[in-house]
Design a protein around this ligand. Structure first.
Ligand SMILES: Nc1nc2c(ncn2[C@@H]2O[C@H](COP(=O)(O)OP(=O)(O)O)[C@@H](O)[C@H]2O)c(=O)[nH]1
Ligand SMILES: [Mg+2]
Length: 345
């Protein structure tokens, strides 16, 4: 099972490409496309809510294993630059840079664009990504792209197999009520293996539940490994008590205030004590106020790009997370909105 997200600048051909990679299934601020052939299953997510919503981008990326960054012949614009910063702050491991609309460009220009992008992304999470030119009009590169997605998908799967033995966690992206069944949620097993009859807890609300049954691509299964996109019928909980962003797990920390060791992007906008930022972890987000900025031992009034700080952040919304979860911070007033990543101290 391979899960990809297509991101990039507006009008770079993202939605058209997603439409060529599968059948559209559901739409919110992210749109999913499904494709199944033999034992290959591909879920493609178009972060349709982005660029208006940063959350749509983070959500789509956190539901996927591979990012496709679309760059049209016109090259980088502020939005694709913001996508690169987001991918770097998230340390997004697997991805492909797709040079779109190749029918409107020339091979030499495509080569130059590729060289330029490779230079810009040196030292970022995108450093070793593959590049491919495609056109959804002439179909140039489309078969090669599908093959490449599955090759990168195999590498992503290898990484996921290392997570099968960890304690199970499922991030939820949808919940609804099905007549005769009850509460059904859709989500992704981010680590561990889940089994039917497992007793788990829905965080941050801390509601106990039992997994009644598990489906993967509409097929009933007894268990699901790390990386699986699953539909779960749940016992002991109502659909109104579980929502997008919830984590079904056995143990999570729940907090409204955070002390994070943060690294600011060199391209971040400066911010000050008392500024409001947005914090993202998994599919959750919360507005937080910066209450303290500490550089090594000294207290600061202002946080500068490219540096490390301990940030004290105060919010009012409960967020569930675990020790090794990577937090991302954004300043929604900025032009380039992503500013830092951090871990709980
Ligand atoms: N010539 C050409 N036009 C394309 C290609 N892919 C998309 N387009 C056109 O580019 C425009 C923007 O495409 P869309 O998929 O909506 O871009 P998005 O904003 O990134 O989702 C539309 O008019 C598409 O028909 C392509 O490969 N070649
Ligand atoms: Mg679109």
């Amino acid at each position: 099972m391979t899960k990809i997200t297509i991101i990039g600048s507006e009008k770079s051909g993202k939605t058209t490409l997603a439409g060529k990679l599968g059948k559209r299934s559901n739409v919110t601020d992210i749109t999913m496309y499904d494709y199944a052939k033999n034992d290959r299953i591909l879920t493609t997510i178009d972060a349709t809510g982005y660029p208006v919503s940063v959350k749509a981008l983070v959500t789509a990326l956190n539901l996927s294993d591979i990012a496709l960054l679309c760059i049209p012949p016109a090259g980088l614009d502020p939005q694709s630059a913001e996508c690169i910063i987001a991918l770097d702050l998230m340390k997004y491991k697997h991805g492909i840079v797709v040079l779109t609309k190749s029918d409107t460009s020339y091979p030499l220009a495509q080569e130059e664009l590729q060289a330029k992008l490779r230079k810009i992304t040196t030292g970022t999470a995108l450093e070793n990504w593959d590049y491919i030119s495609v056109s959804t009009s002439s179909f140039e590169g489309m078969e090669e792209l599908k093959e490449l997605i599955f090759t990168v998908g195999d590498k992503a799967d290898e990484d996921l197999r290392k997570l099968d033995g960890l304690r199970p966690r499922v991030v939820i992206d949808q919940s609804f009520n099905v007549t005769g069944i009850g509460c059904v949620v859709l989500g992704v097993v981010t680590q561990g293996t889940i089994n039917a009859k497992d007793k788990m807890i829905a965080y941050p609300a801390k509601k106990e539940l039992e997994i009644r049954s598990i489906q993967m691509h509409d097929v009933d299964v007894k268990s699901a490994p790390a990386g699986a996109r699953v539909g779960l019928a749940l016992k002991g909980i109502q659909s109104k008590d579980i929502d997008r962003g919830f984590v079904v797990s056995q143990e999570e920390t729940v907090a409204t205030n955070f002390i994070l060791k943060c690294t600011l992007s060199p391209l971040a906008k400066e911010f000050n004590v008392a500024d409001m930022l947005h914090l993202y972890v998994g599919l959750q987000s919360s507005p937080v106020k910066v209450t303290e900025i500490i550089e090594v031992e000294a207290k600061m009034e202002r946080a500068k790009p490219g540096k490390e700080y301990i940030l004290k952040l105060s919010g009012s919304k409960e967020v569930a997370y675990s020790k090794d979860d990577r937090f991302v911070l954004a300043n929604l007033d900025g032009k380039q909105r992503f500013i830092a990543f951090g871990y709980e101290l």
